[in-house]
Design a binder for this molecule. Structure first.
Ligand SMILES: Nc1nc2c(c(=O)[nH]1)N[C@H]1C(S)=C(S)[C@@H](COP(=O)(O)OP(=O)(O)OC[C@H]3O[C@@H](n4cnc5c(=O)[nH]c(N)nc54)[C@H](O)[C@@H]3O)O[C@H]1N2
Ligand SMILES: Nc1nc2c(c(=O)[nH]1)N[C@H]1C(S)=C(S)[C@@H](COP(=O)(O)OP(=O)(O)OC[C@H]3O[C@@H](n4cnc5c(=O)[nH]c(N)nc54)[C@H](O)[C@@H]3O)O[C@H]1N2
Ligand code: SF4
Ligand SMILES: [Mo]
Length: 744
């Protein structure tokens, strides 16, 4: 579902609250369910404040409970990230809670790995089996042979387990398959990674430049609300995207760039700013190093030079550069988030960071802000954590990825294949990551899995990764559990509580319980002295001198708002060694990389193929929500976007490809996915196609989603590693379309 302009504003703006969206969908969906419940959209008798887990943004929710069931989930008005509204996914949380396909009991594999044949066992039997497996692993290979992949708030209990156990191998695809290059690029330039939620001032920006970032389809709630507010008060958009995204449809300038050429565009924009003296000279003199080198570097990189590379007209490049510069410093170059595209991604992020510096927007209103975190004392464990001897196994033997700021998930995968890493991993615990869809090269992931002695997954749904596991432990959904307090840095620092709205369904259990029980079985019980998560959180709140009852009633504790930018009296301070913005990076130079980004051409695909691009849909969070019947109603499966002109004469097709017709996607290595419906549209260039990530699920037990749509991951047989931080650029695959039959 591509949102219309009106809908886009409605979701982000004031017209429709998340609750309204939810109740409308809910009543229709519940009508389709065999276990009908009456009027699920009603207010509950009880309202429980918590925070959302349908994605990782962490919005505050109010769960309405009636007769023991959650009837609807709305935005908590007191929570700074939701401000009373939810995105459609958050509003659809009951679709996960009441998903008939949820994991209900622990499972133990009975046939060979990957056959996806399991028997249901008791918790005791499952935990004993994992405990024995872990102890055996430790005896044979040492504690570091265990890795944890963890994404989501319940993962904190397993991270704690790993510390007690003594392994540094804790990673997630949300770094090296997502934010990693951006974090490295900003770290190199400003001395600090951006983290999540990003400290950007969308609300006060006058011009917002989106390079790929498809806000409006990417539904990070607060950003979409801020963007809608900014547009409402006259802010203008510049959108660089090979696809006419929802944001592009609202933009003053849309630059339909040739995929993989953004660095050339960014250099040309810098060229215009420098040549036409549109940079913030005073700011740069005070805060930046390397301006002269940068000027020399971009000297020949004119819009005409970039036009030939990017396919964007020189005039459009020049005009948009002037437009962006005119709004400085409240001219926000959005840093993006999913930045693992082409393997040169840290350099692209660097180019964006440098452009932001030329505009003087770091530390300024409408640009990049400095947020604070609300501190909370830790629970007193009373036992020293063991200090492991070895470093993480995520790097290759020859060193490499020197600027990686977090553990590389794909590196942990390599480390399970003998000979690839500093040492071999023999056990994986996987919490809330569907590695089969999230890591590049499924073949390599499965090879690594086949080398393991133990694979345990902790999930709410029978995802593909569960099908490859030895033991599957069913966690309850976020509405049925307590977790640790969430306290990310934000303009208004806050603490948010995760609270149980209804008791766990089936035999599912909360993450804190699973981790504690496992710890007990491997002799680490002393590291988990709390009775339960509630006692743990209350103890922390009490230590922090907070009113526990009030915190539990509101779901949030708000901190003191301090200045966040220069205009509010906060001096600009840089975290780099030089205490300056590194336009020219001495560190990259020392490490043997380009100190200022260079454009290096990407390889082209074979004839008749399109570059495969990927992204998000407003009502889904990758594979997390594809089985959610509530959210499937507005967007039941993904479609492949194909340029309308190209669709007229596709090789192998007897006639023009029709809109809605099903096709197979076959990549350069013969990997295929689908069948998937074609969206034949003017809204994408003719050298690429686009898929929303998350569909094409092979897991049979996801009875709704199984077999629907196509999987981009299945087509990512190749990837290009960013040598600076180890991210895996995945937009380097090419697909051709193959007819399935002539019926739509
Ligand atoms: N609804 C929803 N929202 C989400 C998520 C979700 O699953 N669902 N996931 C969240 C997560 S984890 C993340 S990381 C973010 C991701 O969201 P973003 O960071 O916005 O994702 P991107 O991959 O940057 O953006 C994809 C866009 O980039 C365009 N693109 C592809 N190649 C190129 C190129 O070479 N150059 C340029 N300029 N553009 C290109 C695509 O056409 C598409 O519009 O979204 C978050 N928000
Ligand atoms: N090909 C391709 N690969 C990608 C991307 C892409 O666009 N294309 N996107 C990348 C990005 S941006 C990111 S952030 C990563 C994300 O990759 P992952 O971190 O692997 O995230 P998901 O795919 O959402 O996997 C979530 C798993 O968590 C389970 N789950 C949901 N809720 C809970 C819960 O409360 N508890 C537990 N225990 N489990 C839960 C779901 O059932 C699912 O199996 O993937 C990256 N990989
Ligand atoms: S952005 Fe949406 S899905 Fe993500 S936490 Fe907020 S409401 Fe939930
Ligand atoms: Mo991500």
């Amino acid at each position: 579902m591509a949102l219309t302009r009106r809908q886009f504003i409605q979701i982000g703006g004031a017209a429709v609250g998340g609750g309204v969206v939810a109740s409308g969908l809910a009543s229709r969906w519940w009508g389709l369910d065999r276990n009908r419940v009456e009027d699920p959209g009603t207010d509950g008798d009880r309202v429980v404040a918590s925070y959302c887990e349908l994605c990782f943004w962490g919005c505050g929710v109010l769960a309405h409970v009636k007769d023991g069931r959650v009837t609807k989930v709305t935005g908590n008005p007191d929570h700074p990230l939701s401000k009373g509204r939810l995105c459609p996914r958050g509003a659809g949380a009951t679709g996960l809670l009441y998903d008939p396909d949820r994991l209900k009991r622990p499972l133990v594999r009975t046939q060979k790995r990957g056959a996806d044949v399991f028997e249901e066992v008791s918790w005791d039997a499952a935990l004993n089996k994992v405990g024995e497996g872990l102890l055996e692993l430790k005896r044979r290979h040492g504690p570091e042979a265990l890795a944890l992949f963890s994404h989501g708030s319940g993962g904190t209990w397993f991270k704690h387990f790993m510390k007690a156990w003594g392994s540094p191998n804790v990673g997630a695809p949300s770094y090296a398959q997502c934010r990693g290059p951006r974090e490295a690029g900003y770290l190199l330039t400003y001395g600090t990674p951006l983290g999540s939620p990003e400290p950007i001032d969308l609300a006060h920006a006058r011009v917002i430049t989106l390079i790929g970032s498809h806000l409006g389809e990417n539904m990070h709630n607060t950003q979409v609300q801020d963007l809608a507010d900014a547009i409402g008060s006259g802010a203008q958009l510049v959108v660089v995207d090979p696809r006419f995204s929802v944001a592009a449809s609202k933009a003053r300038y849309w630059l339909p760039i040739r995929p993989g050429t953004d660095i050339a565009l960014l250099l040309a924009w810098m060229n215009v700013l420098v040549e036409e003296k549109r940079c913030d000279a005073e700011y740069l003199a005070q805060h930046a190093n390397g301006l002269e080198e940068l000027k020399a570097h971009v000297a020949g990189k004119t819009p005409e030079w970039a036009a030939a590379i990017t396919g964007v007209k020189a005039e459009l490049i020049r005009d948009s550069a002037r437009f962006i510069a005119a709004a400085r410093p409240a001219s926000l170059i959005h840093p993006g988030r999913h930045t693992t595209w082409y393997g040169d991604d840290t350099q692209r992020a660097r180019a964006m960071a440098i452009l932001a510096a030329l505009l003087g927007s770091w530390g300024r209103r409408g640009g990049y802000l400095t947020f604070n975190k609300m501190g909370l004392p830790p629970y007193k464990v009373g036992k020293e954590m063991p200090h492991g001897g070895k470093g993480a196994a995520d790097k290759p033997r020859n060193g490499g990825y020197p600027v990686a700021g977090e553990v590389i998930a794909s590196g942990l995968c390599d480390a399970a294949t003998p000979g690839h890493a500093l040492y071999d991993l023999k056990g994986w615990m996987v919490y809330g990551c569907n590695l089969i869809q999230a890591l590049p090269s499924r073949k390599q992931t499965i090879e690594a899995i086949q080398n393991l002695d133990l694979l345990v997954s902790i999930d709410v749904l029978p995802a593909e990764i569960c099908g490859w596991s030895d033991v599957v432990l069913p966690e309850c959904s976020y509405l049925e559990r307590e977790d640790d307090v969430l306290a990310p840095p934000w303009r208004e620092p806050f603490l948010a509580l995760r609270q149980e709205a209804v008791p766990p369904l089936h035999e599912s259990k909360p993450g804190w319980w699973i981790a504690k029980e496992l710890a007990g079985r491997v002799g680490l019980g002393d590291y988990f002295p709390w009775k339960d998560a509630r006692e743990y959180v209350d103890a922390r709140l009490t230590l922090g001198r907070h009113d526990v009852a009030e915190a539990r009633r509101r779901g949030v504790v708000l901190g003191k708002v301090g200045p966040v930018c220069e205009e509010e009296g906060l001096a600009i301070e840089l975290g780099t060694d030089s205490k300056k913005i590194e336009l020219h990076s001495e560190e990259l130079k020392r490490l043997g990389f380009d100190p200022i980004p260079n454009y290096v051409p990407q390889e082209e695909g074979p004839a008749g193929h399109f570059r495969l691009l990927m992204g998000r849909a407003p009502t889904h969070t990758f594979g997390r929500t594809v089985n959610n019947r509530l959210l499937a109603e507005p967007y039941p499966e993904n479609e492949v976007w194909v340029n309308a002109e190209a669709a007229k004469a596709l090789p192998g097709f007897p006639g023009p490809l029709r809109n809605g017709e099903r096709v197979w996607l076959v990549n350069q290595d013969g990997a295929r996915s689908g069948p998937v419906r074609a969206k034949v549209t003017q809204r994408i260039r003719d050298d690429c196609v686009f898929l929303v990530h998350g569909w094409g699920q092979g897991a049979k037990r996801l009875r709704y989603a199984h077999g629907k749509g196509a999987s981009d991951a299945e087509l990512v047989t190749r990837y290009k590693v960013d040598p600076i931080m180890g991210g895996t650029g995945m937009s380097v695959n090419f697909v051709r379309l193959e007819p399935v039959g002539r019926t739509a």
